[in-house]
Design a protein around this ligand. Structure first.
Ligand code: SD4
Length: 315
């Protein structure tokens, strides 16, 4: 069941454009836009500022401070930032630092590596002067205790986790794509991952080509939803490579969603959604199921939008 709304991805936008995931994308867009207004700020600064604003919000239970923990009660964060295959960096399973997007940027700028994980990433963050902080809020701890109570009553971990599924509630990874008026691109995403995941689980978000891909000559794409679905098809790489072959951003997203549906046979309620933007200012948003929202900011527009294509129904 593919549906479309009135907004077309065919139109191009001339000025700066910021496109972010979910309702909290508006928070991200506001911070990104303010960063773009500062002298010398570039697309990466805007991406970082946008992700940081959501990471800092304790009401967002799937990103940064206030994120729901893993099954053992530990908050572990994943993030990636990218402007080209030569310029990208990520962190995974980062504990005790509220702004993984900034640590990811430091990985990109200060190391020859692409991805640092867990203890190594935390040592690096300390060395770089980031301040550690307890990330488990009282509200997130309460949710975890409820999860543990259900789990101990004999529910399977899958069932218990699905009772407390932030994706099902429409909250998920913050993904931010920035396209400057001159065509330069950058992107980032940040998440606490699936709530009550197995300790050590890493989703799509911090992995280049899974949760985010940017080719400055072709386009940028970011993903959100169940990371296993996106990782299994290298979702954002697939979209950017489709655009490279001449496919419009919306159709490229549609192809990635179809690939997920065909190859992964997603369980009910499993969501995957993507945003894409091109250097010439074409953009698109699409999702596997209803419920996804994209936040768009331009000189003239500051709004939340439904996806332009939704592949499956609400089952
Ligand atoms: C992940 N796509 O780790 C991310 C975020 C997520 O509920 O699923 N949050 O799979």
């Amino acid at each position: 069941m593919a549906t479309s709304n009135a907004l077309s991805s065919d139109g191009t936008i001339a000025g700066h454009l910021v496109l972010s995931t979910w309702h909290f994308g508006r928070t991200a867009n506001r911070a990104a836009w303010e960063a773009l207004a500062r002298a010398e700020a570039d697309a990466l600064d805007a991406v970082e500022a946008g992700c940081r604003a959501v990471e800092a919000d304790p009401e967002v239970t799937s990103v940064g401070y206030g994120g729901l923990p893993d099954a053992a009660g530990e908050v572990t964060l994943d993030a990636v930032i990218m402007e080209s295959p030569a310029r990208c960096g990520g962190v995974a399973c980062l504990r005790g630092f509220p702004h993984p997007i900034s640590v990811a940027r430091r990985v990109m700028e200060k190391t020859p590596h692409v991805l640092l994980v867990a203890a190594g990433a935390e040592t690096f963050a300390l060395q770089e002067g980031f301040t550690p902080r307890d990330l488990l809020t009282p509200a997130a701890r309460k949710r975890w205790e409820e999860y543990r109570r259900d789990h101990q009553r004999g529910q399977s971990p899958e069932h218990a986790a699905s009772n407390h599924d932030p994706a099902a509630e429409g909250h998920d990874t913050v993904g931010v794509l920035v396209r400057l008026a001159d065509g330069r691109l950058a992107g980032g995403c940040s998440t606490s991952g699936l709530a009550f995941k197995l300790p050590g689980r890493v989703g799509d978000s911090p992995i280049v080509g899974h949760g985010l891909y940017v080719d400055p000559d072709v386009g940028a794409a970011v993903g959100t939803g169940h990371g296993e679905l996106i990782s299994r098809v290298c979702g954002t790489f697939l979209i950017v490579e489709e655009i490279r072959r001449g496919t419009a951003p919306l159709e490229a997203i549609g192809k990635a969603l179809e690939r997920i549906a065909r190859s992964c046979r997603p369980l009910p309620r499993r969501q995957a959604a993507f945003l894409a933007v091109t250097p010439d200012g074409r953009w698109a948003a699409g999702s596997l199921r209803p419920g996804f929202q994209a936040a768009l900011r331009t000189d003239a527009i500051d709004t939340l939008l439904p996806p332009q294509t939704v592949l499956l129904g609400d089952e």
